[in-house]
Ligand binder design. Structure first.
Ligand SMILES: [Cu+2]
Length: 496
Protein backbone atom coordinates (compact mmCIF):
# COMPACT_ATOMS: atom_id res chain seq x y z
CA UNK A 1 0.00 0.00 0.00
CA UNK A 2 1.23 3.45 -0.79
CA UNK A 3 1.52 5.88 2.08
CA UNK A 4 -0.16 9.23 1.96
CA UNK A 5 2.34 11.98 1.42
CA UNK A 6 1.87 15.58 2.23
CA UNK A 7 4.38 17.39 0.08
CA UNK A 8 4.85 21.03 0.89
CA UNK A 9 5.52 22.80 -2.38
CA UNK A 10 8.84 24.70 -2.27
CA UNK A 11 6.93 27.97 -2.18
CA UNK A 12 5.12 27.00 1.08
CA UNK A 13 3.19 29.26 3.40
CA UNK A 14 5.25 32.37 2.85
CA UNK A 15 4.33 32.16 -0.78
CA UNK A 16 0.66 31.98 0.19
CA UNK A 17 1.05 35.04 2.40
CA UNK A 18 2.92 36.85 -0.35
CA UNK A 19 0.27 35.87 -2.83
CA UNK A 20 -2.37 37.14 -0.39
CA UNK A 21 -0.60 40.50 -0.29
CA UNK A 22 -0.32 40.55 -4.06
CA UNK A 23 -4.01 39.84 -4.19
CA UNK A 24 -4.86 42.64 -1.87
CA UNK A 25 -2.82 44.98 -4.04
CA UNK A 26 -4.58 43.71 -7.15
CA UNK A 27 -8.04 44.10 -5.63
CA UNK A 28 -7.19 47.65 -4.53
CA UNK A 29 -5.91 48.34 -8.04
CA UNK A 30 -9.14 47.05 -9.55
CA UNK A 31 -11.21 49.24 -7.33
CA UNK A 32 -9.05 52.26 -8.15
CA UNK A 33 -8.69 51.56 -11.87
CA UNK A 34 -11.22 52.39 -14.58
CA UNK A 35 -13.30 49.32 -15.51
CA UNK A 36 -11.73 49.07 -18.96
CA UNK A 37 -8.31 48.50 -17.39
CA UNK A 38 -9.42 45.79 -14.91
CA UNK A 39 -7.51 43.03 -16.64
CA UNK A 40 -6.11 40.10 -14.66
CA UNK A 41 -2.43 40.28 -13.63
CA UNK A 42 0.09 37.45 -13.70
CA UNK A 43 -0.92 36.02 -10.29
CA UNK A 44 -4.51 35.90 -11.43
CA UNK A 45 -3.64 33.78 -14.44
CA UNK A 46 -1.41 31.52 -12.29
CA UNK A 47 -4.40 30.75 -10.09
CA UNK A 48 -7.20 30.72 -12.63
CA UNK A 49 -5.56 30.16 -16.01
CA UNK A 50 -7.62 31.38 -18.94
CA UNK A 51 -11.00 30.54 -17.45
CA UNK A 52 -14.13 31.23 -19.50
CA UNK A 53 -15.71 32.57 -16.33
CA UNK A 54 -13.16 35.24 -15.43
CA UNK A 55 -15.90 37.80 -14.75
CA UNK A 56 -17.47 35.52 -12.14
CA UNK A 57 -14.05 34.90 -10.59
CA UNK A 58 -13.39 38.65 -10.44
CA UNK A 59 -16.76 39.23 -8.81
CA UNK A 60 -16.21 36.51 -6.20
CA UNK A 61 -12.65 37.55 -5.35
CA UNK A 62 -13.92 41.03 -4.48
CA UNK A 63 -16.71 39.90 -2.14
CA UNK A 64 -16.66 39.77 1.63
CA UNK A 65 -18.09 36.26 1.22
CA UNK A 66 -15.32 33.76 0.66
CA UNK A 67 -14.65 32.84 -2.96
CA UNK A 68 -15.49 29.34 -4.13
CA UNK A 69 -12.70 26.77 -4.21
CA UNK A 70 -12.23 26.92 -7.97
CA UNK A 71 -8.69 27.29 -9.30
CA UNK A 72 -7.13 26.14 -12.53
CA UNK A 73 -6.07 22.48 -12.48
CA UNK A 74 -2.56 23.82 -13.30
CA UNK A 75 -2.37 26.05 -10.20
CA UNK A 76 0.70 25.35 -8.11
CA UNK A 77 -0.34 23.42 -4.97
CA UNK A 78 0.69 24.09 -1.39
CA UNK A 79 -0.12 20.47 -0.53
CA UNK A 80 -0.17 17.30 -2.60
CA UNK A 81 -1.96 14.36 -1.00
CA UNK A 82 -1.59 10.96 -2.64
CA UNK A 83 -4.16 8.35 -1.68
CA UNK A 84 -4.73 4.84 -2.85
CA UNK A 85 -8.13 3.17 -3.28
CA UNK A 86 -8.32 -0.59 -3.04
CA UNK A 87 -10.29 -3.55 -1.73
CA UNK A 88 -9.00 -5.60 1.18
CA UNK A 89 -9.12 -6.76 4.77
CA UNK A 90 -8.38 -4.93 8.01
CA UNK A 91 -8.68 -6.07 11.63
CA UNK A 92 -11.26 -3.94 13.51
CA UNK A 93 -10.85 -5.44 16.98
CA UNK A 94 -12.84 -7.93 19.09
CA UNK A 95 -11.63 -10.75 16.85
CA UNK A 96 -13.35 -9.29 13.78
CA UNK A 97 -11.74 -8.59 10.42
CA UNK A 98 -13.51 -6.29 7.99
CA UNK A 99 -13.39 -7.29 4.33
CA UNK A 100 -14.44 -4.27 2.31
CA UNK A 101 -13.11 -1.25 0.45
CA UNK A 102 -10.15 0.71 1.88
CA UNK A 103 -8.09 3.88 1.49
CA UNK A 104 -4.32 3.43 1.86
CA UNK A 105 -5.08 -0.05 3.18
CA UNK A 106 -6.90 1.49 6.13
CA UNK A 107 -10.36 2.23 7.38
CA UNK A 108 -10.80 5.18 7.85
CA UNK A 109 -8.28 6.63 5.41
CA UNK A 110 -5.59 9.16 6.33
CA UNK A 111 -6.43 12.40 8.18
CA UNK A 112 -5.61 15.29 5.82
CA UNK A 113 -4.89 18.77 7.20
CA UNK A 114 -4.54 22.07 5.39
CA UNK A 115 -4.99 25.76 6.19
CA UNK A 116 -7.69 28.05 4.83
CA UNK A 117 -6.52 29.50 1.51
CA UNK A 118 -4.17 26.62 0.67
CA UNK A 119 -4.16 25.19 -2.82
CA UNK A 120 -4.65 21.44 -2.45
CA UNK A 121 -4.01 18.74 -5.02
CA UNK A 122 -5.36 15.26 -4.44
CA UNK A 123 -3.71 12.55 -6.53
CA UNK A 124 -5.84 9.45 -6.34
CA UNK A 125 -4.78 6.01 -7.53
CA UNK A 126 -7.06 3.03 -8.00
CA UNK A 127 -5.04 -0.07 -7.08
CA UNK A 128 -8.16 -2.20 -6.87
CA UNK A 129 -10.14 -4.43 -9.20
CA UNK A 130 -13.27 -2.28 -9.49
CA UNK A 131 -13.87 1.35 -10.39
CA UNK A 132 -13.36 3.85 -7.57
CA UNK A 133 -13.35 7.66 -7.40
CA UNK A 134 -13.41 10.53 -4.94
CA UNK A 135 -15.54 13.29 -3.50
CA UNK A 136 -13.82 15.88 -1.28
CA UNK A 137 -16.27 17.92 0.77
CA UNK A 138 -13.70 20.64 1.55
CA UNK A 139 -13.65 21.54 -2.17
CA UNK A 140 -16.25 24.18 -3.09
CA UNK A 141 -15.91 23.33 -6.78
CA UNK A 142 -16.14 20.44 -9.24
CA UNK A 143 -14.49 17.27 -8.05
CA UNK A 144 -16.60 14.58 -9.76
CA UNK A 145 -15.55 15.79 -13.20
CA UNK A 146 -11.88 15.26 -12.35
CA UNK A 147 -11.83 12.27 -9.98
CA UNK A 148 -15.34 10.87 -10.18
CA UNK A 149 -14.45 7.77 -12.20
CA UNK A 150 -11.04 6.17 -11.70
CA UNK A 151 -10.55 2.82 -13.40
CA UNK A 152 -8.33 0.07 -11.94
CA UNK A 153 -4.70 1.08 -12.48
CA UNK A 154 -5.50 4.74 -13.17
CA UNK A 155 -4.37 7.81 -11.23
CA UNK A 156 -6.34 11.04 -11.48
CA UNK A 157 -6.03 14.35 -9.67
CA UNK A 158 -8.07 17.37 -8.68
CA UNK A 159 -6.77 20.77 -7.54
CA UNK A 160 -8.82 23.20 -5.47
CA UNK A 161 -8.38 26.05 -3.01
CA UNK A 162 -9.62 25.22 0.50
CA UNK A 163 -11.53 28.42 1.14
CA UNK A 164 -13.81 27.47 4.07
CA UNK A 165 -12.42 26.35 7.43
CA UNK A 166 -13.94 23.30 9.05
CA UNK A 167 -14.01 19.53 9.47
CA UNK A 168 -14.91 17.78 6.23
CA UNK A 169 -15.41 14.31 4.87
CA UNK A 170 -13.83 12.82 1.80
CA UNK A 171 -14.96 9.53 0.36
CA UNK A 172 -14.95 7.23 -2.62
CA UNK A 173 -17.36 8.33 -5.33
CA UNK A 174 -17.17 6.25 -8.52
CA UNK A 175 -20.50 7.65 -9.72
CA UNK A 176 -24.22 6.78 -9.45
CA UNK A 177 -25.28 3.90 -7.26
CA UNK A 178 -21.62 3.09 -6.50
CA UNK A 179 -21.22 6.28 -4.43
CA UNK A 180 -23.44 5.21 -1.53
CA UNK A 181 -22.19 1.63 -1.92
CA UNK A 182 -18.48 2.46 -1.64
CA UNK A 183 -19.13 4.75 1.34
CA UNK A 184 -21.04 1.94 3.06
CA UNK A 185 -18.19 -0.43 2.22
CA UNK A 186 -15.64 1.72 4.11
CA UNK A 187 -13.93 4.25 1.84
CA UNK A 188 -13.89 7.55 3.76
CA UNK A 189 -11.71 9.85 5.82
CA UNK A 190 -11.41 13.34 7.35
CA UNK A 191 -9.96 16.49 5.84
CA UNK A 192 -9.58 19.48 8.18
CA UNK A 193 -9.22 23.05 6.97
CA UNK A 194 -7.74 25.13 9.81
CA UNK A 195 -8.76 28.80 9.89
CA UNK A 196 -5.91 31.05 8.78
CA UNK A 197 -6.42 34.36 10.56
CA UNK A 198 -8.99 33.53 13.25
CA UNK A 199 -8.34 31.26 16.24
CA UNK A 200 -10.99 29.28 18.06
CA UNK A 201 -12.29 30.96 21.22
CA UNK A 202 -10.65 28.80 23.87
CA UNK A 203 -7.28 29.30 22.18
CA UNK A 204 -7.81 33.05 22.43
CA UNK A 205 -9.02 32.80 26.06
CA UNK A 206 -6.13 30.63 27.23
CA UNK A 207 -3.54 32.29 25.02
CA UNK A 208 -2.12 28.94 23.95
CA UNK A 209 -2.54 26.26 21.34
CA UNK A 210 -4.36 23.06 22.35
CA UNK A 211 -2.41 20.54 24.40
CA UNK A 212 -4.21 17.81 22.45
CA UNK A 213 -5.75 17.92 19.01
CA UNK A 214 -8.03 14.88 18.90
CA UNK A 215 -9.34 13.92 15.48
CA UNK A 216 -12.26 11.54 16.00
CA UNK A 217 -14.31 9.89 13.34
CA UNK A 218 -17.36 7.79 14.13
CA UNK A 219 -18.55 5.22 11.62
CA UNK A 220 -20.64 2.08 11.21
CA UNK A 221 -19.76 -1.33 9.82
CA UNK A 222 -22.19 -3.69 8.16
CA UNK A 223 -22.32 -7.42 7.49
CA UNK A 224 -24.37 -7.12 4.31
CA UNK A 225 -25.34 -4.49 1.81
CA UNK A 226 -28.98 -5.05 2.75
CA UNK A 227 -28.27 -4.23 6.38
CA UNK A 228 -26.18 -1.24 5.26
CA UNK A 229 -29.02 0.19 3.17
CA UNK A 230 -31.39 -0.33 6.09
CA UNK A 231 -29.00 1.15 8.72
CA UNK A 232 -28.81 -2.12 10.66
CA UNK A 233 -25.19 -1.81 11.79
CA UNK A 234 -23.21 -4.72 13.18
CA UNK A 235 -20.64 -2.42 14.79
CA UNK A 236 -19.93 1.25 15.46
CA UNK A 237 -16.35 2.45 15.83
CA UNK A 238 -14.24 5.47 16.64
CA UNK A 239 -11.27 5.69 14.24
CA UNK A 240 -11.53 2.21 12.76
CA UNK A 241 -11.45 -0.09 15.75
CA UNK A 242 -14.09 -1.24 18.21
CA UNK A 243 -13.29 0.03 21.72
CA UNK A 244 -9.97 1.38 20.37
CA UNK A 245 -9.52 3.97 23.15
CA UNK A 246 -10.92 1.68 25.83
CA UNK A 247 -8.08 -0.73 25.11
CA UNK A 248 -5.61 2.15 24.69
CA UNK A 249 -6.94 5.18 26.62
CA UNK A 250 -5.68 8.58 25.50
CA UNK A 251 -3.47 10.08 28.24
CA UNK A 252 -4.17 13.68 29.30
CA UNK A 253 -3.32 15.88 32.29
CA UNK A 254 -5.75 17.83 34.49
CA UNK A 255 -5.98 21.32 33.04
CA UNK A 256 -5.16 20.26 29.48
CA UNK A 257 -6.81 22.19 26.67
CA UNK A 258 -8.38 19.68 24.27
CA UNK A 259 -9.67 20.51 20.82
CA UNK A 260 -11.63 17.72 19.17
CA UNK A 261 -12.34 17.52 15.48
CA UNK A 262 -15.36 15.24 15.60
CA UNK A 263 -17.13 13.87 12.57
CA UNK A 264 -19.82 11.26 12.19
CA UNK A 265 -19.30 9.56 8.84
CA UNK A 266 -22.39 7.45 9.41
CA UNK A 267 -23.04 6.37 6.71
CA UNK A 268 -26.59 6.08 8.09
CA UNK A 269 -27.02 6.69 11.80
CA UNK A 270 -27.20 9.82 13.92
CA UNK A 271 -24.60 10.31 16.66
CA UNK A 272 -25.01 12.20 19.92
CA UNK A 273 -21.42 12.42 21.12
CA UNK A 274 -20.84 13.08 24.81
CA UNK A 275 -17.96 12.90 27.29
CA UNK A 276 -18.85 11.87 30.84
CA UNK A 277 -17.63 14.58 33.22
CA UNK A 278 -17.20 17.24 30.54
CA UNK A 279 -19.50 20.12 29.60
CA UNK A 280 -18.28 21.75 26.40
CA UNK A 281 -16.65 25.16 26.63
CA UNK A 282 -17.39 25.87 22.98
CA UNK A 283 -18.55 23.89 19.97
CA UNK A 284 -18.37 25.02 16.36
CA UNK A 285 -20.88 23.70 13.85
CA UNK A 286 -18.97 21.77 11.18
CA UNK A 287 -15.79 23.26 12.64
CA UNK A 288 -16.31 26.78 11.34
CA UNK A 289 -14.80 29.20 13.89
CA UNK A 290 -17.62 31.72 13.32
CA UNK A 291 -20.34 29.11 13.99
CA UNK A 292 -19.75 29.02 17.75
CA UNK A 293 -22.07 27.76 20.49
CA UNK A 294 -21.27 27.92 24.21
CA UNK A 295 -21.77 25.00 26.58
CA UNK A 296 -23.70 21.78 26.09
CA UNK A 297 -23.49 18.08 26.83
CA UNK A 298 -23.65 16.45 23.39
CA UNK A 299 -23.17 17.28 19.75
CA UNK A 300 -25.91 15.95 17.49
CA UNK A 301 -24.16 14.81 14.38
CA UNK A 302 -25.83 13.37 11.30
CA UNK A 303 -23.98 11.41 8.62
CA UNK A 304 -21.11 13.57 7.24
CA UNK A 305 -21.83 16.20 9.90
CA UNK A 306 -19.04 17.51 12.13
CA UNK A 307 -18.00 19.77 14.98
CA UNK A 308 -14.94 21.31 16.54
CA UNK A 309 -15.36 20.80 20.29
CA UNK A 310 -13.27 22.66 22.87
CA UNK A 311 -12.99 21.80 26.55
CA UNK A 312 -10.57 21.66 29.46
CA UNK A 313 -9.77 18.58 31.51
CA UNK A 314 -11.07 19.45 35.00
CA UNK A 315 -8.49 19.72 37.81
CA UNK A 316 -9.07 16.16 38.94
CA UNK A 317 -7.44 12.90 37.97
CA UNK A 318 -9.67 10.15 36.62
CA UNK A 319 -11.21 8.69 33.51
CA UNK A 320 -13.43 10.72 31.19
CA UNK A 321 -15.52 8.45 28.96
CA UNK A 322 -16.19 9.48 25.36
CA UNK A 323 -19.23 7.88 23.75
CA UNK A 324 -22.12 8.12 21.36
CA UNK A 325 -24.98 8.52 23.85
CA UNK A 326 -27.23 6.69 21.41
CA UNK A 327 -26.60 3.64 23.50
CA UNK A 328 -26.95 1.05 20.76
CA UNK A 329 -23.86 2.59 19.18
CA UNK A 330 -22.04 2.78 22.53
CA UNK A 331 -22.58 -0.90 23.11
CA UNK A 332 -21.40 -1.77 19.61
CA UNK A 333 -18.02 -0.11 19.96
CA UNK A 334 -18.36 3.71 19.92
CA UNK A 335 -16.80 4.35 23.30
CA UNK A 336 -13.34 5.40 24.46
CA UNK A 337 -11.46 6.89 27.40
CA UNK A 338 -9.45 9.97 28.22
CA UNK A 339 -7.26 8.97 31.17
CA UNK A 340 -6.33 12.07 33.20
CA UNK A 341 -3.24 11.81 35.39
CA UNK A 342 -0.92 14.52 36.66
CA UNK A 343 2.12 12.72 35.23
CA UNK A 344 0.54 11.85 31.84
CA UNK A 345 2.44 12.46 28.65
CA UNK A 346 -0.34 14.07 26.59
CA UNK A 347 0.13 13.43 22.86
CA UNK A 348 -0.02 16.62 20.81
CA UNK A 349 -2.39 14.94 18.38
CA UNK A 350 -4.38 11.76 17.79
CA UNK A 351 -5.34 11.24 14.15
CA UNK A 352 -8.57 9.76 12.82
CA UNK A 353 -6.77 7.21 10.62
CA UNK A 354 -7.61 3.56 11.12
CA UNK A 355 -4.85 1.53 12.80
CA UNK A 356 -1.91 0.52 10.62
CA UNK A 357 -0.30 -2.88 10.81
CA UNK A 358 2.84 -4.28 9.28
CA UNK A 359 2.15 -7.20 6.97
CA UNK A 360 3.12 -9.85 9.56
CA UNK A 361 0.87 -8.39 12.22
CA UNK A 362 -2.00 -7.96 9.78
CA UNK A 363 -1.70 -11.59 8.61
CA UNK A 364 -1.54 -12.80 12.21
CA UNK A 365 -4.68 -10.90 13.22
CA UNK A 366 -6.55 -12.05 10.13
CA UNK A 367 -5.45 -15.63 10.85
CA UNK A 368 -6.78 -15.39 14.39
CA UNK A 369 -10.11 -13.81 13.41
CA UNK A 370 -13.28 -15.30 14.82
CA UNK A 371 -15.36 -13.46 12.26
CA UNK A 372 -14.86 -11.90 8.83
CA UNK A 373 -17.36 -9.13 8.21
CA UNK A 374 -18.00 -8.71 4.49
CA UNK A 375 -20.86 -6.55 3.27
CA UNK A 376 -21.01 -8.28 -0.11
CA UNK A 377 -18.96 -11.51 -0.11
CA UNK A 378 -19.22 -14.87 1.61
CA UNK A 379 -16.18 -15.24 3.86
CA UNK A 380 -14.45 -18.62 3.66
CA UNK A 381 -15.68 -20.90 6.46
CA UNK A 382 -12.16 -21.68 7.74
CA UNK A 383 -11.45 -17.99 8.36
CA UNK A 384 -14.93 -17.26 9.67
CA UNK A 385 -15.76 -19.77 12.43
CA UNK A 386 -18.51 -17.60 13.98
CA UNK A 387 -20.22 -15.91 11.03
CA UNK A 388 -22.34 -12.77 11.26
CA UNK A 389 -26.10 -13.28 10.88
CA UNK A 390 -25.96 -12.31 7.20
CA UNK A 391 -23.47 -15.11 6.50
CA UNK A 392 -25.31 -17.97 8.23
CA UNK A 393 -26.98 -20.37 5.79
CA UNK A 394 -30.77 -20.19 5.72
CA UNK A 395 -32.36 -23.63 5.33
CA UNK A 396 -35.75 -23.98 3.66
CA UNK A 397 -37.90 -27.09 4.15
CA UNK A 398 -39.21 -29.44 1.47
CA UNK A 399 -42.64 -27.81 1.69
CA UNK A 400 -41.30 -24.46 0.45
CA UNK A 401 -42.13 -24.05 -3.25
CA UNK A 402 -40.32 -20.78 -3.88
CA UNK A 403 -37.39 -19.05 -2.18
CA UNK A 404 -36.84 -15.32 -2.73
CA UNK A 405 -33.34 -13.83 -2.64
CA UNK A 406 -33.12 -10.04 -2.50
CA UNK A 407 -30.44 -8.07 -4.31
CA UNK A 408 -29.93 -5.08 -2.06
CA UNK A 409 -26.98 -2.82 -1.31
CA UNK A 410 -24.85 -4.77 -3.79
CA UNK A 411 -25.37 -7.97 -1.83
CA UNK A 412 -27.53 -11.05 -2.05
CA UNK A 413 -29.78 -11.68 0.94
CA UNK A 414 -29.80 -14.31 2.23
CA UNK A 415 -26.29 -14.85 0.91
CA UNK A 416 -26.47 -18.62 1.46
CA UNK A 417 -29.64 -20.70 1.12
CA UNK A 418 -30.25 -24.43 1.31
CA UNK A 419 -33.25 -25.76 -0.62
CA UNK A 420 -34.69 -29.11 -1.73
CA UNK A 421 -34.14 -29.97 -5.38
CA UNK A 422 -36.92 -28.67 -7.58
CA UNK A 423 -37.45 -25.54 -5.47
CA UNK A 424 -37.97 -22.40 -7.50
CA UNK A 425 -35.37 -19.74 -6.61
CA UNK A 426 -36.38 -16.15 -7.41
CA UNK A 427 -34.14 -13.09 -7.29
CA UNK A 428 -35.77 -9.69 -6.77
CA UNK A 429 -33.71 -6.54 -7.27
CA UNK A 430 -34.45 -4.23 -4.33
CA UNK A 431 -31.76 -1.72 -5.30
CA UNK A 432 -33.51 1.35 -6.62
CA UNK A 433 -30.69 3.37 -8.19
CA UNK A 434 -30.51 1.27 -11.37
CA UNK A 435 -29.64 3.83 -14.04
CA UNK A 436 -26.75 2.91 -16.31
CA UNK A 437 -24.59 -0.17 -16.39
CA UNK A 438 -21.78 -1.86 -14.49
CA UNK A 439 -20.27 -0.75 -11.19
CA UNK A 440 -22.09 2.59 -11.12
CA UNK A 441 -25.51 0.97 -11.52
CA UNK A 442 -27.67 -0.97 -9.10
CA UNK A 443 -28.79 -3.31 -11.90
CA UNK A 444 -27.91 -6.89 -10.97
CA UNK A 445 -28.07 -10.45 -12.17
CA UNK A 446 -27.12 -13.87 -10.82
CA UNK A 447 -24.63 -15.96 -12.80
CA UNK A 448 -23.36 -19.34 -11.66
CA UNK A 449 -19.59 -19.70 -11.27
CA UNK A 450 -19.53 -23.31 -10.08
CA UNK A 451 -22.17 -26.00 -9.59
CA UNK A 452 -23.78 -29.05 -11.15
CA UNK A 453 -25.97 -26.97 -13.49
CA UNK A 454 -25.32 -23.64 -15.12
CA UNK A 455 -27.74 -20.73 -14.86
CA UNK A 456 -27.87 -17.01 -15.44
CA UNK A 457 -30.78 -14.74 -14.71
CA UNK A 458 -31.75 -11.76 -16.81
CA UNK A 459 -30.21 -8.39 -15.90
CA UNK A 460 -32.65 -6.91 -13.40
CA UNK A 461 -33.52 -3.26 -12.81
CA UNK A 462 -35.39 -2.15 -9.71
CA UNK A 463 -38.40 -4.29 -8.77
CA UNK A 464 -37.70 -6.80 -11.50
CA UNK A 465 -37.32 -10.50 -10.83
CA UNK A 466 -36.20 -13.70 -12.48
CA UNK A 467 -36.25 -17.33 -11.36
CA UNK A 468 -34.49 -20.64 -11.87
CA UNK A 469 -35.39 -24.12 -10.67
CA UNK A 470 -32.41 -26.27 -9.74
CA UNK A 471 -32.90 -30.01 -9.84
CA UNK A 472 -29.34 -31.32 -9.51
CA UNK A 473 -28.20 -31.58 -5.86
CA UNK A 474 -24.94 -29.85 -5.01
CA UNK A 475 -23.45 -26.47 -4.17
CA UNK A 476 -23.91 -23.58 -6.56
CA UNK A 477 -21.73 -20.50 -6.17
CA UNK A 478 -22.88 -17.48 -8.11
CA UNK A 479 -22.04 -13.79 -8.52
CA UNK A 480 -23.53 -10.66 -10.05
CA UNK A 481 -21.72 -10.03 -13.36
CA UNK A 482 -21.62 -6.20 -13.11
CA UNK A 483 -20.52 -6.44 -9.42
CA UNK A 484 -18.41 -9.62 -9.29
CA UNK A 485 -17.61 -9.14 -5.57
CA UNK A 486 -21.30 -9.89 -4.83
CA UNK A 487 -21.33 -13.55 -3.87
CA UNK A 488 -24.26 -15.93 -3.37
CA UNK A 489 -24.56 -19.64 -2.72
CA UNK A 490 -27.36 -22.15 -3.14
CA UNK A 491 -27.07 -25.60 -1.61
CA UNK A 492 -29.50 -27.99 -3.30
CA UNK A 493 -30.27 -31.20 -1.46
CA UNK A 494 -32.39 -34.24 -2.26
CA UNK A 495 -35.77 -33.91 -0.57
CA UNK A 496 -35.74 -35.46 2.95
CU1 LIG B 1 -14.60 2.94 -4.12
Amino acid sequence: MKQTECVQAPTGRDHVAARGMAWLALVVLWWAAPVAQATPGPDFSALFGDSDFIEIIERDEGLETRPTGYVSQDAEPDHVFRIDLDEGQVPIGQGVVYDGFLIDGKLPGPTLRVTEGDIVRMEITNSGDVMHGASIHAAYTQTSKHVGHILPGQTKSVTFRATTPGVFMYHCAPGGHAIPMHVMFGQYGMIVVEPRDKSYQLEADLGQEPDLKLYMLQHELYASGKEAVEGDASYTAFNGQLFRYVENPIPVRPGDYVRMYFMNIGPNLLSTFHIVGIVWDYVYWQGHPEARWPGGQTVTTGPSDSWVIEFRIPPEEGVYTMLDHGVGATSRGAIGLLDARADADTPSEVLADGPTYDEGERAERIGEARRILSPFGIPAAETNPVPARADRPVRFGDDVDEVVIEMKGNSFYPKVVEVASGTKVTWVNEDVFTYGLGETSGAHNAVVMSGPQSFATAMLSHAESDSVTLTEPGTYNYICAPHPYMEGRIIVRDPD
